[in-house]
Design a binder for this molecule. Structure first.
Ligand code: NAD
Ligand code: GLY
Length: 365
């Protein structure tokens, strides 16, 4: 199969850390996707038990002519395994196989594999190059881009990690053909967030095209992935280490992370937490007087049409508060929320506890 020329979105950081995101069909099998990466004696593909049978051999075949040896580390699947044990499995392999500091890691899978491989690359021998090969919609539009890497801690999501940029992101849209519908919806959550925070017209486009995206229309998917990556690249290019602006990418995440952590990792998908969290954060934006009342149903309808939950679990207001205080945006114990100021513009601010409590009561059952 020949790959059509991929769309390239560039992420502009200081010179040697800038990189390209390639988006298109048949990229996995296109030799050009893998040319021009750092040279090394060994490439190590990190993947999991679900993705390996689908794509590992194809990636190995492409990397074999480029690297002297291509190894694979196959981890257990799931958010519950985004932990020290999995990370150590990667290090065990790298050390047992005497992988040197030029070794290139390839993250083949969704956000869990991407975040863990990136973290392993950041700290193995104080840093080796890595390449993101995202195979879920969520990882193609968000987690593979921007260099946030992490594992979870039982007390808080993504709490142990590092900023570390990949050499390249290769997003083959054809890998989405095998994605379960629930995972497709989870990816749509992270796409939807880009509308209210950065691009009102994109929100309108999503409302008009959500059914096409659910039907996996390749043209619609290609546009949604590209636009999402453009917005994320622009934000990360301005604020790589989240000193301010980058926090807007966490719209819905404060509530969503509380749901994920509160229920135990893996019960709700990350994107499901974000979907429901965006309903809550939209309501908070309305209750703070920033957005008109019709903004909440507008967001809720789109999120529901994307196949995402819009009602959170009844963990209780005090438990939500406790969980949200462990959020990385919290400062001095005060929770800070990403809110929408106007369609396409977001900010981060604290909110009175009574308003937050009303939001939680209104959207949990
Ligand atoms: P995931 O990595 O768990 O993948 C979802 C499921 O799909 C898994 O079971 C996986 O094995 C399977 N899968 C992957 N590709 C497949 C394919 N092509 N066909 C069939 N099955 C496939 O979850 P995710 O939604 O991709 O990522 C969520 C993670 O990303 C969370 O841990 C979240 O914290 C993280 N995240 C990180 C960032 C960041 O900036 N680093 C941003 C957003 C989310
Ligand atoms: N997903 C949020 C960020 O990358 O900053």
């Amino acid at each position: 199969m020949t790959a059509a020329v991929p769309t390239t979105v560039s992420i502009a950081l200081d010179q040697e850390r800038s990189y390209d995101i390639l988006i298109g069909s048949a990229l996995l099998d296109a030799p050009s996707s893998w040319q021009g990466l750092p040279s090394a004696a060994v490439a190590v593909i990190v993947t999991n038990v679900t993705v390996a049978p689908l794509y590992l051999e194809r990636l190995k075949r492409q990397l074999a002519p480029v690297y002297g040896r291509v190894d694979a580390v196959i981890l257990p699947d799931g958010e519950a395994h985004k932990d020290w044990d999995s990370l150590n499995t990667i290090f065990d392999h790298l050390l047992a196989k005497a992988c040197d500091r030029k070794t290139v890691l390839f993250a083949l899978g969704g956000g869990v594999i991407g975040d863990m491989t990136g973290f392993a690359a950041a700290v193995y021998m104080r840093g080796v190059p890595f390449v993101q090969v995202p195979t879920t919609l969520l990882s193609q539009v968000d987690s593979s881009v921007g260099g946030k890497t992490a594992i979870n801690h039982p007390l808080g999501k993504n709490m142990i990690g590092a900023f570390y940029q990949p050499q390249r992101v290769i997003a083959d849209l054809d890998t989405l053909d095998t994605l379960p519908p629930r995972e497709l919806s989870a990816g749509l959550a992270e796409i939807i967030k880009y509308g209210p925070i950065a691009d009102a017209a994109f929100l309108g486009w999503l409302e008009a095209n959500i059914d096409a995206l659910l039907a996996r229309d390749k043209t619609a998917l290609a546009y949604a992935v590209r636009r999402s990556c453009e917005i994320k690249a622009d934000v990360v290019g301005q604020d790589e280490r989240e000193q301010g602006l980058r926090a807007i990418l966490n719209f819905g995440h404060t509530f969503g992370h509380a749901i994920e952590t509160g229920l135990g990792y893996g019960e709700w998908l990350h994107g499901e937490g974000v979907g429901c969290g965006m309903v809550m954060a939209s309501d908070l934006s309305v209750r703070l007087g920033l957005m008109p009342p019709e903004f909440l149903p507008r967001m809720k309808i789109l999120i529901e049409r994307a196949g995402l939950p819009v009602v959170g679990p009844k963990l209780g207001v005090s438990r939500y508060m406790e969980l949200m205080r462990v959020d990385k945006k919290a400062e001095g114990g005060a929770i800070r929320f990403v809110v929408i100021e106007a369609l396409g513009t977001a900010s981060m601010r604290p909110a009175p506890d009574d308003l937050v409590a009303q939001v939680i009561e209104a959207h949990t059952a």
